[in-house]
Design a protein around this ligand. Structure first.
Ligand code: BG6
Length: 499
């Protein structure tokens, strides 16, 4: 593994939740594996006034307590900076210079925007103003957290504005789904095995289904979520990336631009859903109060910082087509929601029926077509469902499972998405980051849905009891098939299972 060049990581929004819960633990894990640059420092930057040691104490909250943690937190420093206050950036620059001198670190800077999106541009402008955005002798990179815009127009504007101060190859738009091991494995499964790719097209595949379900509700993020909703929060980014990986053509080489070119092509081939037809292709829902295991569970409108008349969707399901040679006529059904029965993300490839049925299975339940299930989380793995003869007289047929679980690999620890993505950016590898044009294409595809929901109040928002699989009408989006109702364990399925 190539160790990245020495550098300083500057985290804007360092006193926020993402830093404590995800970024610091990911950095610590890199530290433990000796994957951080030889000379390295993290400079936290946000409005809150903190000393270095207070920042280190905050960081420790989500780390184990041991000697290694102490060594790790010695790499953490802090500077109070207001993103909208240009003078603070002068001090930031001085602090960076001093850190560089004290620890013999070159002026390679990686800026991480983990602030509310409203100040992304202020930060980029102020960095540029103080000569921190470009350098001929050292690298300067900018990681931008989601949401990247709230619609097509704002995403385009954000791209234009950021590109005034940074070049495209300096901008790393994060989508943490791309950092998941099982998502990357999709490329390996497809493009390193001779058995899948020949079948991976409209001739053999009947339909494709993607589910990203969460059993949690909005928790303490009501303020953000009520202005976002499932379409913006999950579908436009995470689910679209999964569609990109499952539907893309083989890239020419495993290089950032080759892969990103193929993903953009998928997004460009997605058949636009006309605003007038949105209700035929998209179902939205919102969870309502219910009883789960005898306990009353709040409805979305009762959540903190959520409007009590809110029409924000906490569930969205969509059917669409990809108009290209590989996928012409194959329906894709995707769904995501909060307060569903399980926390599961998976892709189900439904293969076509055999052309002629030789075996008479009379009196037995109807068999599903062959399915390949790519489990993104939890119980990461792959499951193939195929038919076998039931032992005994005659030719009765049953469906059996062939399954691979990552957990079966001895000594394998799955790195967290942020661990992988931070390391990639430190090494200057943008393969698993979204390119500006892809983000815009993804917004272009969902924009008619946003418009229709805004302009046509007759489009229903269906209530679904918390703890169920969303509005039943979403079943109409699977082209006569059925959604797979996944459980925590990859191999279990059915309407009821242990969660
Ligand atoms: C985030 C969304 O991007 O992804 C959250 O804002 C969601 O609402 C989360 O819960 C899901 O991520 P994961 O990795 O838990 O599937």
């Amino acid at each position: 593994m190539k160790i990245p060049e020495n550098q300083i990581l500057i985290i804007f929004g360092a006193s926020g939740d993402l830093t404590k819960r995800k970024l610091i633990p990911a950095l610590y894990d890199l530290f433990r594996q000796n994957l951080l640059p030889e000379r390295f420092a993290v400079l936290g930057a946000s409005r809150t006034v903190l000393t270095d040691s207070e920042f280190r104490k905050q960081a420790e909250q989500f780390l184990p307590s041991n000697k290694e943690v102490e060594q790790f937190t010695n790499l953490l420093f802090y500077k109070a900076v207001s993103p909208t206050e240009p003078s603070g950036f002068k001090n930031l620059k001085l602090r960076l210079k001093k850190l560089g001198e004290d620890f013999n670190i070159d002026a390679n800077y990686l800026f991480y925007l983990s602030t509310p999106p409203a100040v992304y541009l202020n930060i980029a402008e102020n960095l540029a103003e103080y000569g921190l955005s470009k350098s001929t002798s050292h690298f300067r990179r900018l990681i931008v957290e989601k949401p990247f815009g709230t619609d097509l127009k704002s995403a385009q504007q954000l791209n234009i504005n950021l590109l005034k101060h940074f070049d495209e190859n300096q901008i790393y738009r994060i989508d943490h789904y791309l950092g998941k091991e099982s998502v990357q494995n999709m490329l390996v499964t497809r493009f390193s095995n001779g058995i899948f790719e020949p079948l991976w097209n409209r001739n053999f595949i009947e339909r494709i289904e993607i589910t990203s379900a969460e059993s949690l509700g909005v928790e303490d993020r009501g303020g953000y979520y009520d202005h976002s909703g499932a379409l913006r929060d999950m579908l436009q980014n995470h689910l679209m990336q999964l569609v990109g990986f499952v539907a893309m053509e083989p890239p020419v080489v495993m290089k950032a631009d080759a892969i990103r070119n193929e993903i953009v092509k998928v997004f460009q081939s997605m058949r636009p859903i006309p605003e007038k037809e949105v209700s035929r292709h998209v179902v939205r829902g919102q969870y309502i109060s219910s009883k789960i295991n005898g306990e009353t569970v709040k409805g979305y409108r009762e959540e903190a910082r959520v409007d009590d008349q809110s029409r924000t969707e906490t569930f969205v399901a969509m059917k669409f087509y990809i108009d290209n040679w590989r996928w012409g006529g194959v329906p894709f059904s995707i769904r995501t929601g909060k307060k569903l029965p399980a926390s599961v993300t998976e892709i189900v490839i439904h293969f076509k029926q055999v052309p002629h049925h030789l075996f008479n299975n009379e009196g037995l339940p109807e068999l599903n077509n062959n399915q390949l299930i790519i489990r993104i989380q939890p119980d990461e793995g792959i499951l193939l469902k195929f038919r076998m003869k039931t032992p005994g007289a005659g030719f009765k047929v049953q469906t059996v499972n062939m399954d691979f679980h990552y957990s079966d690999l001895a000594d394998v620890r799955l790195p967290s998405a942020y661990e992988r993505l931070l390391l990639d950016c430190m090494q200057g590898d943008a393969t698993l980051y979204s390119r500006g044009d892809a983000v815009e294409e993804a917004w272009r595809f969902v924009q008619p849905v946003l418009n229709a929901w805004k302009n046509n109040t007759d489009i229903p928002l269906y209530g679904y009891p918390a703890g169920t699989w969303g509005p039943e009408i979403a079943d109409t989006l699977t082209e006569g098939g059925q959604w797979r109702y996944p459980c925590k364990n990859l191999v279990n399925d059915g309407t009821w299972c242990e969660l």
